[in-house]
Structures are given as C-alpha cells and as structure tokens.
Design a protein around this ligand. Structure first.
Ligand code: ATP
Ligand code: MG
Length: 641
C-alpha cells in the first residue's frame, strides 16, 4: 500500500483556494455517484455557486445504502432517550429497511421528488428515518425544531408549503410530556397552506385526536410497507436537499436552502479532515435535528462516513433510570466507545455546575476530541472541560448558512493545536477576509477588528439561496459592503499574527463607548473569568453622554451569593475591576446585575437583541424562538430595581 505524502494544513488550504477544481474533484471521490459530474464549479452567475453540475447522486444512498456492502450488521443509528428510558440500536441494514418503509409510506401519501415534507418531531429514530426517506425520494425536507409553539410552526408551514407533515404525539423534556399534536393542529389551522396528509408516530405519551382522511399513524403505514423496496432517486447535483431556518437570534429566521451533491461532498470531507471520524466508530452530537448541527453531524455526516451516530433525547443531567445523573453523556461515551463528540458551550456550562468527579467516573479513553460550536467558547469553560476530559477541545465557528465549519482546526489533515478563545483558522474552500466596518477595506494587519466575510465562490455545502427568495439572499448577505460582492457573516472578529481568528460578537453587538469600538464578547470573556461567574451577557445600552454603555447580566455559580445586597455590590465592584484590568476602564460595564437565568433561543444562544431592547425600554420584538420567557422578566425587574 502506498502511503499518502504528509501535507501541511497550509498547503492543503492553499490548494483549495488556488486550484479549487482539482481540490474539490479530489474530495468528490469520497462519495458515490450515479453519474460523474461535467463541471466542478459553475460561478458564471455570482454569488450563486453551482457545484458538480451534470453529476447525479443521492444523499440517502451515501449515508445508508453504500455501507450495506461492508457494514450491514454494524451499528448505524443509536437512539437513546432518558425521557422515555429507551435505548435501541439500528444496524445499517435495519436502518435501510426502516428508511424504505418510511419512504414507501410517504410515497403512498403522494410525496414525489421536489415536494416538501415538513418534519416536526422530537429526537426519536423516526425523525432520522423521515429525513433520510425524503432524501431517498428527492423530496425536500424542512425540519422544524420540535416544541416550537404553533405561531412559529405556522409561519414555517406557510413558507415551506409541505405536501405532508411528519410529527409525533409528543416530545418530552425533563420527564414531562409536551403534546405536539395539538400544537400542530393549531399551526395547520393558522397557516394559509394546508398539508394533504399528516404522518404521526405515536409514542404513547399524549392522547391524539386524528383528523379522518388527513392523519395517518406511522405504525399502520409501516406495517403495510414492511417489505418495501424503494430505490434512491438519482438527483441532479444542484437539486435541493433541504431547507432549514436560522436560529432567529437577530431577527426573523431565514429559510436556508441546500443542494444535494455539494452538501454530501462537504460533509464527507469534513468528517475526514475536521472531525477525524473513521468508519465503524461512533459519533455523538448532542444537538437537535431542528438545528443545522443536527442535520450535518447527527444524521448525515457520521452516516456518510460509515460511523454509528447517537441520537439523544433528554437533558444532559438525567440518567437512564429517570434519576438525576450529570454523568449520563460520559456514560454513553464509555458504553458506545464514542470517538468524536460534538456539543455546545451552553451545554458545557450546564455540566460545569455538576460534580467534576463525574468526568472521572467513566472510561473515556475512546474519545479523541470534543467539538464545540454555536456560541463563543469562553476560556474558563474551555479549560474546565479540557482538564476534565483530557482530550483536545475543538471550537468550531459556523452558521446555518455555511452547513459545516468555516473556522476551526483540521486535525484530520495535520495535528494542530487550538488556541483558547479562538475557533481557529479558515477551513479549506473558504476565502475568509476581515473588512473594515465602515470603509469595507480589507484589513491585512494582525489584531485589527473587522467584519468576517467570505468571498465567492462559496464552497460546496454552503447555502444555495434563501428558499423561494433569491433577491433576499443577495440583498441580505451579499450587499452589506458598498461596491463589493462579499458574503457577510455579520460577525465581528480579529485575526492574530498566526492567522487565528477570534469572534468578538455579532456586528449588531458591537458597542460604541465614547468613540471606542468594543465587542460585547470581549467584555463577557473578561467577566466570565471571575471565579464566581457561571454565565454572563453583555449588551450595549443607549446613553446620552457616552453614546452607549455596556450593561452586564451575570448568573452566579451559587445564585445565593447575590441575594444579599452588600455581597452583590461587592461582587459587582470586583467584576468591574476585572474588566478594567483586562480591557481598560472604557470597557467597564455601567452596571453588573445578577440574574438566575439568561434569555436564550431554543438552540441555546443568548438573545442579546431582546435583552438590549428591554434595557432600552423598547419592545423585545419576535420572541417566538425564545426558550424561557421568565428570563426576560428577570432582566426587566433588575433594570427597574
Ligand atoms: P439568525 O441568523 O436567525 O439571527 P443565528 O445567527 O443565531 O440566528 P445560527 O446560524 O444558528 O443562527 O448561528 C450562527 C451564529 O452563531 C454565528 O454567526 C455566530 O454569531 C455564532 N457562532 C457559532 N459558532 C460560534 C463559535 N464557535 N464562536 C463564536 N460564535 C459562534
Ligand atoms: Mg445568523
């Protein structure tokens, strides 16, 4: 066997930028094609990049069917629920059979290539069957986070206009069933578009009234199609695989649309080069299928790579016996010999409140790395988990729009150290630049702050457009810098002398204190270094004198510490002093208020936009993606006091 020559990541990256066609043609060999492509990248109509034109392939074929030859009896999908206390492993061959049953059921309800299927489901195996079945048939899936209320769901039903909706009787959170069916019925009532049919998994968690002629039970249809053989549709490379809405942190969610071949190639490449996942191993991503991480790294990515994937329903602190267990995830790592794990800083902060001994209780020797994304990873959190697990903690920065990491380190190409506080360097295929916020000029010197942008053509896997709205796609993302056609991430960042990027916050979150530009993230990073602070949000609030001042809301590790007013004042002073020392007095928050919970989206992201609005006495705007309305009430109270 010939040994591939060792490449440096710098060379690998260079090739992806200087010879993109050769680079991506090579990556395209990682997947199976029904028909080879004629052209690697068509960028005749910027900013629309069309990848692998002329080729035909199928996402489901690459995730499931192609593994039947070598690993039919190996685990593919491991569904674990600490809500219903169930645990079931599907081999590739069993997964294949279930997906065909689901595909046949959807077909019997009229679903054809190009039709939309909206999936509103909890984290159960049937949700993965439904996604893969859509991909198999060439139907476009639109997964909506389970548990969104009727209003959010209705607007997405209208936008996606699905022929069929796949759902379930209920989800469950903290042992309490949340009935989905009434929410869905209400959403369909509110929506101008009505689906032809609804397919329902009945978990026996909540009673369900079925609408005659419209509603069907998965158990019944599955039974009718037990032996179904449904071939994979040969999809054009640029055919749509799915749409998904962004988290809605900054405003009305955008319907991100993705292709077929580019996405499949991008995931196969990222599993190899970034996540270093190998066939036959197990990957565990703790996200939800309602988010892009769930699409890319619970369902498609690991399966494309021939890995088993764990689908986990439940809190990070609840055990298989229904009792509290802050070590449940580590128990699963041991049991299933997980090699790669993917979570979010917000989840690690929850675990940080648990007994650190739990990290030492299990044999975690199979684990090679923990990947974290979705929000800035502050250094104290990174250090805590890194020392506890004793594996590299790999921050990765991306967006629903990008589909896979844009900034991180590619350990599958060259072993690279992460720097605390930085997600890393630009990933292959991404032409990342920093631009001056006002002039749009490129910043070339180290440590200058600017907006993180991407020059086209964007790499495979990147969004094609906004669903049904090319104009909104171009205007929203590509027109923010006058005179230049560049994709704006709307994140504010800095690059150090080694080429590592640091994300300082969203461009909306940059505050201007007496003429100084500060990212709220910088201030948060400083405050979270205080030993008592578990979590913090900083927002800019309008101020007559200074333009804006920073306002901090902190959650303490021991909330009782802030109950006594004298103690709270003392802590506030300590925190201010810390910021003075780290960033200078100009960054010092005007006030530090203590709360027990911060307002977040259902995906765990801080809703700074809403906090800021409340601080300025404005309407908090669209809160349909917010997790816990009481959190905003606390901010309101603390502002008034
Ligand atoms: P919307 O676009 O609807 O306002 P959103 O931006 O929160 O919602 P996502 O696509 O889920 O929706 O989140 C992407 C954003 O999350 C990034 O633009 C960035 O602000 C933040 N982010 C993701 N990963 C990281 C990371 N590793 N470090 C810092 N920030 C991150
Ligand atoms: Mg966004």
């Amino acid at each position: 066997m010939s040994q591939a020559p060792a490449v440096s990541y710098a060379d690998f990256y260079r090739q992806s930028i200087d010879q993109p066609d050769a680079f991506w043609a090579e990556q395209a060999k990682l997947i199976d094609w029904f028909k080879p492509f004629d052209r690697v990248c068509n960028y005749d109509n910027p900013p629309f990049a069309r990848w692998f034109e002329g080729g035909k392939t199928n996402l489901c074929f690459n995730a499931v069917d192609r593994h039947l030859k070598d690993r039919a009896s190996q685990p593919a999908l491991i569904a674990v629920s600490t809500e219903t206390l169930t645990e079931k492993t599907y081999t590739f061959s069993e997964l294949h059979a279930e997906v065909m049953r689901m595909a046949a059921s959807l077909k019997s309800l009229g679903v054809q290539k190009g039709d939309r299927v909206l999936i509103y489901m909890p984290m159960i195996a049937e949700a993965a069957f439904a996604m893969l079945a859509c991909a198999r048939l060439g139907a476009i899936h639109c997964v909506v986070f389970g548990g969104f209320a009727s209003g959010s769901l209705a607007s997405r039903i209208e936008d996606a206009s699905p022929k069929v909706i796949v759902s379930a009787d209920a989800g469950s959170r903290g042992g309490k069933a949340i009935a989905y069916k009434p929410l869905l019925d209400e959403a369909i009532r509110l929506s101008a578009h009505k689906p032809d049919a609804v397919l329902l998994a009945d978990r026996g968690l909540a009673p369900m009234a079925l609408v005659a002629g419209r509603d069907h039970l998965w158990a019944d249809l599955r039974q009718q199609h037990l032996a179904a053989q449904v071939p994979c549709e040969a999809m054009d490379s640029t055919d749509i695989s799915y749409t998904i809405y962004t988290s809605g942190t900054t405003g009305k969610p955008k319907g991100v649309q993705r292709d077929t071949a580019g996405y499949t190639v991008a995931l196969a490449a990222s599993m190899k080069h970034i996540f270093d996942g190998r066939p036959g191993e197990t990957f565990f991503s703790t996200s939800d299928i309602g988010w892009v991480v769930g699409h890319s790294y619970i369902v498609y990515g690991p399966l494309i790579a021939g890995m088993a994937t764990i689908m986990y329903e439940g809190l990070p602190t609840q055990g298989m016996d229904g009792q509290p267990d802050g070590g449940i995830w580590w128990r699963l790592v041991e049991k299933y010999q997980v090699t790669g794990m993917f979570s979010a800083p917000t989840a690690v902060r929850v675990l940080k409140k648990q007994d650190p001994a739990l990290l030492k209780k299990y044999d975690l020797s199979s684990l090679r790395a923990l990947f974290l994304a979705g929000e800035p990873l502050d250094e104290p959190t990174a250090r805590w988990i890194s020392e506890g697990l004793n594996v590299p903690i790999i921050d990765n920065y991306w967006q629903t729009e990008t589909g896979w990491p844009l900034l991180t380190v590619a350990n599958g190409v060259e072993a690279t150290r992460s720097k605390f506080g930085s997600p890393g360097v630009p990933m292959y295929g991404y032409r990342v630049k920093l631009l001056h916020e006002n002039t749009g000029e490129e910043l070339t010197q180290p440590n200058e702050k600017g907006v993180v942008v991407v020059e086209g053509p964007t790499p495979p896997g990147f969004m094609q457009t906004i669903w049904k709205d090319d104009a909104r796609f171009v205007n929203t993302y590509w027109k923010s810098v006058p005179g230049k056609l560049v994709y704006s991430t709307f994140d504010w960042g800095i690059r150090d002398e080694d080429g590592y990027y640091f994300i300082l916050g969203r461009t909306d979150d940059v505050i201007n204190v007496a003429g100084h530009r500060l990212g709220t993230r910088e201030i948060e990073e400083s405050i979270s270094g205080h030993p008592q602070v578990a979590e913090v949000a900083v927002v800019g609030v309008a101020d007559n004198l200074k333009g804006q001042v920073a306002m901090a809301f902190a959650v303490l590790k021991d909330p009782a510490q802030a109950q006594d007013e004298v103690q709270a004042k003392k802590l506030e002073a300590e925190i201010m002093k810390r910021v003075d020392g780290d960033l200078g007095a100009v960054a010092r928050p005007a006030r530090v208020r203590f709360v027990t919970v911060l307002p977040k989206t259902r995906s765990g992201k801080l809703l700074r936009r809403a906090i800021q609005a409340v601080c300025e006495g404005r309407d908090a705007g669209d809160l349909t993606t917010m997790d816990d309305p009481a959190a905003l009430e606390q901010i309101r109270d603390r502002m008034a006091s």
